[in-house]
Design a protein around this ligand. Structure first.
Ligand SMILES: CC(C)(COP(=O)(O)OP(=O)(O)OC[C@H]1O[C@@H](n2cnc3c(N)ncnc32)[C@H](O)[C@@H]1OP(=O)(O)O)[C@@H](O)C(=O)NCCC(=O)NCCS
Length: 164
């Protein structure tokens, strides 16, 4: 039984819990341990602005927090706005709940709400391990990029996009 709902600031503990479990376990095969040791502390914390945005979602499975993710019009990191373009933000599914369609359910909610708000294109800064997931959702690889995580770390990532 999977339910997807808009997350709020009161869900900070649940989102922290999901991101910590998810990113710590599921990124380990794609990145060097030393890089993850520096980058993970900045990635496994819920972003308060996303939580308050109304476009960040929590998936609950059998009544427990299982996944999270959302979208914004502003580009992560720079805040840049481009008419019609929206950005996928901070997706994570707990390891015990992966491969059960929760990520896709979260994405479908994002797509429906972003389209209703006027977006016609999604852009995603995908982790290396996340690329097959976004490809399955219809995204195409545009370029290899490095995403700044704080002042000193740059995370190798894949720039992906799709029309919506
Ligand atoms: C990426 C992630 C969110 C996917 O969540 P999930 O709930 O397991 O995804 P789903 O079960 O909804 O899968 C959706 C589709 O993607 C495919 N997919 C997901 N992960 C995949 C993988 N590692 N390899 C190949 N295909 C994959 C599934 O086969 C499925 O395809 P289908 O619907 O056509 O059968 C999850 O693995 C995760 O949290 N990873 C770690 C955090 C991370 O890197 N997040 C992305 C940050 S940019």
């Amino acid at each position: 039984m999977i339910q997807v709902r808009v997350a709020g600031i009161e869900d900070v503990a649940a989102v922290n819990f999901i991101l910590r479990e998810s990113y710590t376990a599921l990124m380990a095969d794609a990145y060097q341990p030393a890089l993850l040791e520096e980058a993970l502390p900045m990635m496994v914390r819920a972003n308060p602005r996303l939580l308050a945005s109304g476009t960040y979602y929590l998936a609950e499975a059998d009544g427990e927090p299982a996944g999270c993710g959302g979208w914004t019009f502003d580009e992560p990191g720079t805040g840049t706005l481009e008419p019609g373009t929206a950005h996928i933000r901070h997706f994570g599914v707990r390891p015990s709940w992966i491969a059960k369609g929760i990520g896709r359910r979260l994405y479908m909610r994002c797509e429906a709400d972003a389209r209703a708000a006027g977006a016609r294109r999604f852009v995603c800064f995908s982790s290396l391990n996340g690329e097959p997931f976004y490809r399955a959702l219809g995204f195409e690889r545009q370029a290899r990029i490095e995403v700044p995580m704080g002042p000193t770390v740059r995370l190798p990532s894949i720039l992906m996009s799709r029309p919506i």
